[in-house]
Ligand binder design. Structure first.
Ligand code: DO4
Ligand code: MG
Length: 307
């Protein structure tokens, strides 16, 4: 398996690389700018390009760090992983798992809100596809995520994300945190954009895995952790095998009468229904791990004033 990454070490703040068997090689001589180029030139999921890389590993500069060192690094370390590339658009699908639908319905019931909405969407033939982010709303692992100044119940959403090319092929996968101001969303469904789209509302990373290395995307374990003052206060586990929708359904509805550019990211819905009192506090750390892809971890920052 090859994982494509953007990493930094010491004074080099952005290098494109590959991780093979935990070793990290610098491919910046082939891709000097963004890994987006790898997507637009068709090489991300191209087997002969992968073989060429594998056969020439000894000619590529090797990092002093392993992939696991970069992935587990902390905010102030001089080495780590950046967001793999800045996508032009991120879309998402909601209510794709029964457990999340049930928890949302239960919370709506208790708060006297729009009852039945989430069960309607879960059962509906048309999936709930919504716009999630532009590139400037997205961050990578170890960057700050945001709790909006006007939200007191913001949640982690641990998701498998697909990477599309403009033709509608799924060419890779990454992990995502679709951070959601649930109190704003549950007050009124028409507030969804405000609940979903704000700066630091979407984490992507830690790498891109080409599609051909993930044989069963709908059978991946997903884990998330909420850590407060160094203590694990919540851990949840899920699996993409419980996803109600298929990949072809996502593609069909996302591309219907729409223009989608290379490298568009699509978050497939939260695989873990988090209890309604486990919202994120200022300073908490949120970890999300998707099997075969890796770990993204971020500290939350509550915005106090409106900046
Ligand atoms: O409107 C609800 C969106 C829910 C969501 O983002 C998810 O299920 O992941
Ligand atoms: Mg979501």
């Amino acid at each position: 398996m090859i994982k494509f990454i953007n990493f930094f070490e010491n004074i080099d703040k952005s290098k494109n690389g590959i991780a093979v068997n935990n070793e990290v090689y610098d491919i910046s001589s082939i891709y000097p700018d963004s890994l987006m180029k790898l997507i637009s030139d068709g090489n991300l999921n191209n087997e002969s390009f992968h073989n060429e890389l594998i056969n020439n590993l000894d000619k590529l500069p090797k990092s002093n760090y392993h992939f696991s060192d970069l992935q587990n690094s902390n905010q102030n370390d001089s080495f780590g992983l950046n967001i793999p590339y800045i996508p032009s658009e991120v879309w998402a699908c909601g209510v794709t798992y029964l457990r999340n639908m049930e928890l949302h319905e239960q919370d709506i019931e208790e708060s006297d809100g729009f009852k039945g909405l989430y069960s309607y969407v879960y059962d509906s033939e048309r999936p709930e596809i919504f716009f999630k982010a532009l590139g400037h709303h997205c961050v990578g692992t170890n960057e700050y995520i945001t709790i909006r100044s006007d939200s007191n119940e913001t949640f982690i959403e641990a998701e498998l994300a697909m990477i599309f090319n403009s033709q509608g092929d799924v060419i890779g996968y990454t992990a995502a945190n679709d951070i959601t101001a649930w109190d704003i969303e549950k007050e009124c469904p028409l507030f969804l954009n405000q609940a979903k789209i704000f700066k630091g509302s979407c984490v992507l990373g830690p790498c891109i895995v080409p599609e051909k290395f993930i044989k069963s995307p709908l059978n991946l374990d997903v884990n998330c952790k909420l850590i407060r003052d160094g203590e694990l206060i919540y851990e949840g586990n899920g699996s993409t095998k419980n996803m109600k929708r298929s990949i072809s359904e996502f593609k069909d509805y996302l591309f219907r009468n729409n223009i989608i550019s290379d490298g568009t990211v699509f978050c497939t819905g939260t695989a873990i229904g988090i209890p309604n009192d486990m919202y994120i506090n200022d300073g908490d750390f949120c970890h999300i791990e998707v099997e075969k892809i890796g770990l993204i971890k971020n500290q939350a920052q509550k915005i106090i004033i409106n900046t």
